[in-house]
Design a protein around this ligand. Structure first.
Ligand SMILES: [Zn+2]
Length: 175
């Protein structure tokens, strides 16, 4: 130890130019070890509003390398809110485009627009990925695609007056 030679680098040390500094670890709230670091990971899913979304792999989420606990929260991941909103909107567009394509085998886009009271060309624009539909419209398209005969049912529905509401007493008896 006292030979005066410079201490050689450990053989596994990476040159600083090619490896970014490892983020500082913080304490894992689950296992208590200092092994929690911002970590990128593929196939990370998260439910947001209606949809289970796959998060972008690049999103850094504090994750424990020891017990795998992760802190997927708005506090721990500052860009989570904007990421989720962007992914949600993209998912609405993707799903609308897919449902419109399926339905175009059953009914022309213009006919569909007329039957659910959309402006002319709106479905073409959505199918091309232009614009973000409401989740309600995507839900309706999905239900119609699963059972296209219900388009007829909608025509009948709008042609008839509302059925009269059951009286409160009747409702009570039914309950
Ligand atoms: Zn842990």
């Amino acid at each position: 130890m006292s030979q005066g030679n410079p201490i050689p680098d450990p053989p596994d040390r990476q040159p600083a130019a090619t490896s970014p500094p490892r983020p500082k670890a913080s304490k894992c709230p689950c296992c208590g070890h200092y092994t929690l670091r911002p970590t990128a990971k593929v196939h990370r899913v998260c439910r947001y509003r209606l949809v289970v979304l796959t998060l972008p792999a690049r999103l850094l989420v504090p994750t424990c390398s020891r017990c795998k606990h992760n802190l997927l929260s708005f506090d721990a991941v500052p860009e989570l809110a904007t990421t989720l909103e962007a992914e949600y909107r993209a998912e609405l567009s993707r799903r609308a485009a897919a449902e419109i394509s399926f339905l175009s085998g059953v009914c022309s886009q213009r006919q569909l627009e007329i039957r659910i009271d959309l402006s002319q060309g709106y479905l073409s624009r959505l199918r091309a990925g232009d614009g973000v539909p409401s989740a309600a419209l995507v839900s309706l398209l999905a239900l119609l695609r699963a059972d296209p005969h219900r388009l007829e049912e909608l025509s009948t529905y709008w042609a008839l007056p509302l059925p009269s509401e059951p009286s409160p007493r009747k409702r009570k008896q039914d309950a």
